[in-house]
Design a protein around this ligand. Sequence first.
Ligand code: PLP
Length: 284
Amino acid sequence: TQVYFNGRWVAPEQAQVSVFDRGFLFGDGVYEVIPVFAGRSFGLMEHIDRLGRSLAAIDIREPLERHEWIAIIERLVRDCPSPDVSIYIQVTRGTAPKRDHAYPNPPVAATVLASASPMAALSETIRREGARAITVPDLRWARCDIKSVNLLPNIMARQQAVAAGASEAILVRDGMALEGAASNLFAVIDGALHTAPLGPHILGGITRQKLLEMLRAQGQLAVVESAIPLDRLFDASEVFVTSSTRDLLPITRIDERPVGDGRIGPVWTTLNRDFQQMKTEQVV
Ligand code: PLP
């Protein structure tokens, strides 16, 4: 299927950037991933808003208007043969005539890519037994709230997890478990759900936001938005991570230690059921 590239629809192999694109040279760009379930996008407005915030944070003028993003995403969803789709959007500062750290002045046209790929399904083992995670030092910078394409620390952390037979790496800064390499972190401690607060040390996940909205509306489970000390993470009765492409993923082992009794727990089971229900009721 075709991809959207700088105002045109082209075959993926025809979408080519210059070697002088600042995304290629400097990682000078931002991205979004928008999940589509049964042909309907989830949290579309929140994702477009976050893209706007990421662009504003690095002074790239938003290249398209909201209705244009929506039209592009709708076409990608329509053309993708799979009902569950992951939409990828990337915007870089564009191709400047000369390599200079400072932003080109006057600004050049941004490079814009939007593409769709079928959502990968979780393995049967993970769905039955939950996933494994490892803890690693958080090597990232101090603006993790920007969804930047500079993902080297995240990539290295995830690779370490995969090499250890795990699905996610939990990033630890100053003794605090903050989030995953590409997910937000939740732990059930003394019956309350803990997760790191919004701020420069985590990416404000849309799945996290939607889950917290649901919990506030339900008013049953206590939520504590504060970073989780590593030792408390190991005391948690349940741990899960959230992301657009993996939903609520239960973590049943961390660094070879079982979480709680090592099985998928009742809090996750209930929250996941309610969350799936909420997704089907979503209109846009
Ligand atoms: N944290 C990081 C570092 C991420 O890369 C991601 C998503 O890829 C998330 C959290 C989860 O965000 P979302 O729920 O919007 O997918």
